[in-house]
Design a protein. Structure first.
Length: 718
């Protein structure tokens, strides 16, 4: 049998029931839906919390940045006020690394009135209104990510000269960068990252090279200045070739600002590809002041336009051998409603009022090189410069002021020889004939001859390497000449006349000095005296220049203080190395010299020392004060940033001191107010005694600047 098979019989109803039944589908997946809902809720909550947290952090950051901005603005306000006041010591305290070159440049800008003012561009800080507190609306600040550095742009009131020649107020934006150090904000340098790359804006005639920071204003300036050049060429005010090409370089280095002046220097370069291009260098707009509206843009444009046209008129004239006069330059600029650029230091607020004291009664006499009228004088009554025509004079070499406003000494070339003349308003008198290369070193009134002055003239004859001293006595003069006599001795009396130093002069050098009383009795003798002064009736000081101690080193110098008492004459020596020990310079000082001393003004107990260290390159120079009572020295000013310094003299009342300073680019004259501890700096052609002259009462000093003549009421800083 085969395998059995179980077979289940089903009815038709059973089959229908079986086919119609199916399992029910599972319920919806509520858990997954709930998950997404919860996730969305949490995400929304997270976003809300993040927004709230960010808002709070942003508010806190804004609060911190606003607080820091307020701090920086307050410091900037102090910097502004300090720069205007000229307090150099306080100003240095606001500088980051004031000892560095940039810091020294900022101090120099304050001294020369160039920190905010741009007189050669006819733009000045309005000092009367700039003292008002800086408001938040006037400030834009750009903080670094770590909030330790900020670029500050501040709107401040300025003055400018409009087309009508009137001074009007404008708003311009100052730019400064501060860094935070030890909880204090300090002024620092605008670095390369701030300025960006150098870019070029071009037009038909003019090309401006500028930092990226000033791109927007440079683009407008190049178009407007190019239009001006086209009009100037059409007016034929200077030689304008068809291929005229001018390159205006906008400089952003702060040390370029002292070069801003009225020299109108225009250099040129030639290439076979582009031909000749004339180049002018001016400070970039950010260093001048950025415009905030049309009025301030016009002020900026007019400043650049006047400098540009003046440079072209002066350098591209028809007769280059004859300098363009100031009156002619003023006339040509006025044709385009442009002002003559003002000298550094000029400020309309300072000159809009009369002087604090009457002008001097003396006339100002001036010697001009390479001029058709080399000798001129200024008449205070008529306010006019007038030429001085001297008969028989072929050429004038130099001019030196006489004390007590007694005219001037001039070295001239006449009758095929060099001569020394004494010029007065009523006479021109020959003093020395048959000389070569005369250089006048000093003129002083012979002590004891004040009632009827006699003058001791010290001059140097370069060809003979000889120093001579002669006595000029007006009683020995006729209508054309004076007979001068050699001076073989000198005397310096004490203020009360009871004591007198008497010395011999051999070969132009002081030798064998003795101290006598009023009866002629010799009390003491001295050797190698230099720069002898009386401090009062019984105290004196001088510098002793000891003989050469090594062939390749200069003489030693020693400060000597003396006192005349009942026990006789007592002296004490002070070594310059000990006096200057507090300077704590690295390395041992070699060849330290005292270059000059001077008493302080009446009631001032300090003795002023001028110490030079010639063995260092560059030469280090310091100005010290020395108190004889406490026998202590203190640094008055560190002049080591300059290549050299020269003691030029002091005012007749000893209240002011004058130094000449040299660096690689400039020759400067520093005028010190000793009592007020204040200094003003002027740029001059040469630092020598004839670069300035005092009135007999010390009220006024005239300074022969590099490009201007300035009359200064020194005691009033006017």
């Amino acid at each position: 049998m085969g395998e059995s098979v179980d077979f289940v019989w089903k009815t038709e109803d059973d089959l229908q029931t079986s086919e119609s039944w199916k399992p029910e589908p599972p319920p919806p997946k509520k858990r997954r839906k709930r998950f997404w809902i919860v996730t969305a809720v949490f995400f929304l909550l997270f976003c809300l919390i993040s927004v709230i947290a960010y808002s709070r952090l942003n508010k806190q950051a804004n609060a911190v940045s606003h607080q820091l901005q307020d701090e920086v603005v307050a410091v900037h306000q102090l910097v502004l006020e300090t720069a205007v006041s000229g307090d150099l010591d306080l100003f240095r305290s606001f500088l980051y690394q004031p000892e560095k070159a940039w810091g020294q440049t900022q101090v120099n800008l304050v001294r020369r009135d160039l920190f905010f003012n741009r007189a050669p561009l006819s733009i000045w800080l309005d000092v009367e209104n700039a003292a008002a507190p800086i408001t938040a609306e006037e400030v834009t600040a750009e903080f670094s990510a770590d909030l330790t550095r900020v670029a500050l742009m501040v709107k401040r009131p300025y003055l400018t000269q409009n087309e009508a020649g009137e001074y009007e107020a404008v708003q311009m934006r100052q730019t400064a960068v501060y860094v935070r150090k030890d909880g204090t904000w300090l002024l620092t340098e605008l670095d390369d990252a701030f300025w960006g790359d150098d870019l070029t804006a071009e037009s038909a005639i003019l090309t401006i090279t500028h930092p990226a920071r000033d791109a927007e204003v440079a683009q407008r300036l190049v178009a407007d200045l190019n239009d001006l050049l086209i009009d100037a060429c059409a007016a034929d005010i200077f030689i304008c070739p068809d291929d005229l090409a001018i390159s205006l370089q906008f400089m952003h280095q702060a040390d370029e600002l002292p070069a801003l002046n009225r020299a109108f220097e225009l250099t040129s370069r030639y290439s076979t590809k582009s031909g000749r291009t004339y180049r002018l260098f001016l400070p970039t707009p950010t260093l001048v002041g950025l415009p905030v509206d049309e009025a301030s843009y016009q002020a900026l444009y007019r400043g650049y336009a006047a400098q540009l046209l003046a440079a072209l008129i002066v350098n591209l004239n028809d007769v280059t051998a004859i300098p363009v006069s100031q009156s002619e330059l003023t006339t040509q600029l006025a044709r385009f409603q442009l002002p003559l650029p003002q000298p550094v230091g000029f400020h309309p607020r300072n000159t809009a009022v009369s002087g604090p004291i009457p002008l001097p009664e003396q006339r100002i006499m001036l010697f001009c090189r390479n001029a058709r009228s080399p000798l001129v004088h200024y008449n205070m009554d008529t306010a006019q410069w007038q030429p001085l025509l001297l008969d028989g004079i072929d050429f004038i070499n130099a001019l030196y002021p006489m004390p007590d406003a007694a005219g001037a000494l001039i070295t001239v070339y006449a009758e095929n020889e060099t001569q020394l003349h004494w010029w007065r308003p009523d006479a021109d008198l020959v003093l020395v004939e048959n000389a070569q290369d005369i250089y006048v070193a000093n003129v002083s009134v012979l002590p004891g001859s004040e009632a009827q002055p006699k003058y001791v003239i010290t001059y140097y004859i370069r060809a003979q390497s000889e120093v001579k001293r002669v006595l000029l006595d007006e009683s020995a003069c006729n209508e054309t000449a004076c007979e001068v006599t050699p001076v073989d001795s000198f005397s310096v009396a004490s203020p009360d006349g009871r004591f007198r130093f008497v010395g011999r002069i051999v070969g132009g050098v002081v030798d064998d000095v003795v101290l006598e009383n009023d009866t002629g009795e010799q009390m003491a003798s001295f050797e190698s005296i230099f720069d002898l002064i009386w401090l009062d009736d019984t105290h004196f000081a001088y510098v002793r220049m000891d003989p050469f101690f090594l062939p390749d080193l200069p003489s030693q110098s020693t400060l000597v203080l003396g006192e005349i008492g009942e026990a006789g004459v007592q002296t004490k020596d002070y070594d310059p190395y000990e006096l200057a020990a507090f300077l704590a310079k690295e390395g041992e000082a070699v060849g330290l010299l005292i270059g000059g001393i001077m008493p302080g003004p009446d009631g001032h107990p300090l003795l002023y020392l001028f110490i030079r260290e010639p063995q260092r390159q560059p030469m280090l120079t310091y100005l010290l004060t020395f108190d004889p009572q406490t026998e202590t020295a203190a640094l008055y000013e560190d002049l080591s940033e300059y290549e050299s310094a020269v003691f030029l003299g002091r005012s007749p009342d000893s209240h002011h001191l004058v130094l000449g300073l040299y660096d690689s680019d400039h020759v400067l004259l520093n005028l010190y107010d000793i009592e007020q501890n204040h200094v003003r700096t002027y740029e001059v052609h040469a630092a020598w005694p004839a670069s300035h002259a005092w009135t007999p009462d010390s009220a006024w000093v005239v300074i022969n600047e590099a490009y201007d003549v300035r009359l200064v009421a020194a005691a009033y800083d006017f």
